[in-house]
Ligand binder design. Structure first.
Ligand code: NAD
Length: 523
């Protein structure tokens, strides 16, 4: 092979703003992935012996390394995902740093051994404890849209809990993947503890095939289904973070200036390529017209361009096929009666993947725009007569990731939040809970299962082991052999003693119940 030829086993790092190939990153041959998992397991066995305090200390170092490397990391995110640098800083870097900071401070407390008190008399003579043990090797398969925030906020709690990680980063963001491995190396994590496998579907499949102890998958519903099937065949437990179709409910009493800014940002941030994007707006009739006008006015002021230009608000979509999808979705909605207020066109003058931020009203559930995940810069709105109708329509979706409610009446907002089918509901804000380390993230239905982030996310990374210590080691248990009609009667008295209502019934059965405890076993 000539020295300048590109080896075929590389992944191109492509800038979506220009379509230009920035670099070629070496692919991980699928047959090497099993070896990475084996090496990770060996590293994990040693790592699990390191005290949790020390593991937390290592996370502080990771935080420092990320801070020092933040410009390099932000450049990679902007170059490969196309988002404006401000978003790379606020979303990717902040979430990664905050995750390292949070778990370094709180993991030890949250994984501390817990005493379990027993309510039943039958178990009173036992002391119970819960301990949280690492699972082993966690396989993380990730999407491209937050190429640092998502994998790092999953890898960090995995390793602090004592696991190793083999992460299959997205083939759209290979430089970001390479940098993830680099920051763990620089923070002096043990060799092989955190490995990044580079490649497409076949590398993800090889990772599952290698039999990690758990798989955390972030991506589309279609791939999630394949991952769930492949894992089920091997009985590998999964967390699936899939798509969203988040509703934003704007009540008539909402602050319309604030809510319209939120709708615009929530629909277009990261060019709408966010699992938590505002994808379905339900606006109460009384304010619908004014609200739509505000959204249009604000949308028209946004500057579309490459993420590397500091004045850009909305960057490009990730690939040309995503641009075509936006055109198809708009065409379908218009054909069924929706109205485009602004946008709706591609911007080939800016580059191959630009699409104008678009406001569409009169959208309803007959249209693809309300059925499928949009994953692009389209603000789609439907007018509703009441909050009741808004709740019904919001819940009328196979997706159930998150939602938001906008109102000055916080109690009403909270009451509506309880009725929405979603893993998280924000009142008077959208999306940003993803950056709150304590807040669990995840949904149900087509949005997947399990949780990342927060204590619920940490507990996905461990096995909960119950340890029972008997306090009467010199006595045989009442339920042991041998059996007979006397024991049967005593056992029934025991049930009546435990579960009858009223002190009288309990007293009447106490002495015969005690016979179950103090008897000659006859063995
Ligand atoms: P995708 O499903 O195309 O790919 C996700 C990952 O899976 C990639 O790394 C890909 O290479 C890998 N993969 C593909 N086929 C595979 C297979 N058969 N076996 C194993 N791995 C395989 O998704 P994407 O385009 O990268 O991401 C966009 C999607 O991710 C959107 O639907 C978005 O909503 C979702 N997402 C969800 C969350 C969440 O937290 N719920 C967060 C971000 C993105």
């Amino acid at each position: 092979m000539a020295a300048t030829a590109i080896p075929i086993d590389t992944l191109p790092s492509v800038n979506p703003a220009t379509g230009q190939v920035l670099a070629q990153i070496e692919k991980t041959p699928p047959e090497m992935v099993a070896r990475s998992v084996t090496l990770a397991l060996a590293a994990q066995r040693e790592w699990a012996k390191v005290s949790i305090r020390e593991r937390c200390e290592r996370l502080r170092k990771l935080c420092d390394v990320i801070m020092v490397s933040r410009n390099e990391l932000a450049d990679a995110v902007v170059n490969e995902s196309g988002k404006p640098r401000v978003e790379a800083i606020f979303a990717d870097l902040f979430v990664a740093l905050d995750s390292a900071e949070y778990w370094s401070k709180h993991a030890a407390d949250l994984l501390r051994t817990e005493r379990v008190s027993h309510h039943s008399i039958a178990a009173k003579a036992k002391s119970g404890r819960l301990i949280y043990e690492p699972l082993g090797v966690i396989g993380i398969i990730s999407s491209w849209n937050y190429p640092l925030a998502i994998p790092l906020s999953q890898i960090i709690p995995a390793v602090v809990a004592g696991n190793a990680v083999v992460c299959k980063s997205s083939d759209f963001t290979p430089q970001c993947g390479a940098l993830i491995e680099k920051v763990f190396d620089e923070a002096t994590f043990p060799q092989d503890l955190v490995t990044v496998a580079q490649g497409s579907a076949e590398v993800g499949q090889a990772l599952i095939e290698a039999g990690p102890d758990k798989v955390l998958f972030t991506g589309s519903v279609a791939t999630g289904r394949k991952v769930a099937e492949a894992c089920a065949k091997k009985l590998i437990p999964t967390v699936l973070e899939l798509g969203g179709k988040d509703a934003m409910i704007v009540l008539a009493d909402a602050d319309l200036q604030v809510a319209s800014s939120a709708a615009v940002w929530g629909s277009y941030t990261n060019c709408g390529q966010v699992c938590l994007s505002v994808e379905r707006l339900f606006v109460e009739q009384a304010i619908a017209e004014e609200f739509a006008e505000l959204c249009v006015e604000k949308t028209k002021k946004l500057r579309v361009g490459p993420g590397s230009d500091p004045s850009t608000d909305v960057g490009p979509l990730i690939r040309p096929q995503h641009v075509q999808r936006m055109l198809d979705l708009v065409e379908d909605a218009v054909a069924r009666g929706a109205r485009v207020f602004c946008g709706g066109n591609t911007r080939p003058d800016l580059g191959p993947n630009f699409f104008e931020p678009t406001v569409i009203t009169g959208v309803d559930s007959s249209m693809r725009l309300f059925q499928e995940e949009t994953f692009g810069p389209i603000l789609a709105m439907q007018t509703v007569k009441s909050s009741e109708e808004a709740v019904q329509r919001a819940n009328d979706s196979p997706f159930a990731l998150a939602a938001s409610v906008w109102t000055k009446d916080v109690k009403k907002g909270q009451a509506i939040a309880q009725r929405l089918r979603a893993g998280a509901v924000m009142i008077n804000d959208a999306i940003s809970y993803f950056g709150i380390a304590e807040a669990p993230h995840g949904g149900c239905g087509a949005s997947g299962w399990g949780r990342t982030h927060g204590r619920a996310g940490l507990l996905e990374m461990v096995q909960t082991k119950y340890i029972d210590t008997d306090q009467l080691p010199r006595s045989e248990k009442p339920w042991w052999y041998r059996y007979g009609s006397e024991l049967e009667r005593a056992a029934d008295s025991f049930l009546r003693f435990e579960f009858s209502r009223g002190a009288g019934a309990k007293l009447r059965n106490a002495s015969s119940a005690l016979k179950t405890f103090f008897r000659d076993h006859g063995l």
